[in-house]
Write a protein that binds this ligand. Sequence first.
Ligand code: NAD
Length: 351
Amino acid sequence: MFVDMQPADYLPALPSDLGYGIGIVGCGIVVGDSHIPAYKKAGYRVAACCDTIEEKAHSVAAIYGSPLVTTDVGELLSHPEVDIVDLAVHAHQRLPLVEQIAAAGKHIFSQKPLAPSLGEAERIVGICRDAGVTLMVNHQARWAPPHRALRLLVERGVLGHVFAVTHIHRAYQDFGWYAEREDFNIVDHGIHYIDLSRYFTGYTPVRVKATTAMAPGQNAVSPMIYTILFEYEPSSQVMTTLHFNNIISAPTLHDQMWFVDGTRGSALLIDPPGKAKLSLSFKDSPEKVQTFDIAGTWECEGFAGSMGEMMLALEGGREPESSGRDHLVSLRMAFAAVESAKTGESVELRR
Ligand SMILES: NC(=O)c1ccc[n+]([C@@H]2O[C@H](COP(=O)([O-])OP(=O)(O)OC[C@H]3O[C@@H](n4cnc5c(N)ncnc54)[C@H](O)[C@@H]3O)[C@@H](O)[C@H]2O)c1
């Protein structure tokens, strides 16, 4: 079987022509390294940059050439060209800012995870709903071209019925604020892959079992190694396994991969940044492998595509794909995985 898939089939829409103005609140690492370069390349308009540390706001504004630089969120909110607030502070800093932004009637594009607890995340979703503003959470991994290409093949039914999704991830983040944040590995970073497990299968699990381990001499306050198993309704006939080792010290052996097995064939996505390869093999010709070199990157099209979805949702008057409400499902799965690892028991997600 030969599969025809072109970059235009999976690259996300980057609707710079819609002209929405972005105001950034929190000009830290993720904004400087990813949001701003991606928005600049996509041609989005960043109208204002705000950080309580003035130099950070200035250095991010300088990369973009953004006109308004401020340490005062109120000043950013009163700028008429700010339509969307790109909220890139930490989870525990979000709630008071959401209250202020929603009261000003501005739409919110928030970094993940939305809050440090499910209750607080639900409160944030309620505040935005009551204020009538759109809330989207930046699950940019869904707009990263390698993941969109894999999902497209699943949607087209190329693999048949998908019954096993397996993720293996090796990285190193035993430093900085990552190491200080409780349950960072599952709730803050792992949420990308937990969310992708929903994106690929199209199902929400009913039960989770997780196990974790601390590594010798690690700095992080919480385990940096986990395995999570998601179980679904029996009628779904699918299982997801996520294994993440975030304390591999030899960088050349870092990698991330997804195996997706279906009744007609299997897919393997190997995803080193900018060099992702997606391979397919089918039951009716198992000796053959078809490989796609995936165009685009998580850092550029992923971040720009995610913001693009926010703009398209505003334009169409619809809920964004990874709205605050939708994010609650992935966040619930992440907190349930933490609970399972701590208690040693399976945790029900149907409650
Ligand atoms: N989507 C991704 O792939 C990804 C990657 C990295 C980080 N993140 C998320 O992005 C968020 C920020 O991470 P980071 O690494 O950039 O952190 P960071 O500490 O580098 O940046 C946060 C910034 O927010 C500023 N800030 C805090 N309170 C503020 C306020 N009231 N008003 C204005 N500015 C304020 C801080 O001064 C700081 O510059 C976290 O939630 C993290 O989980 C997401």
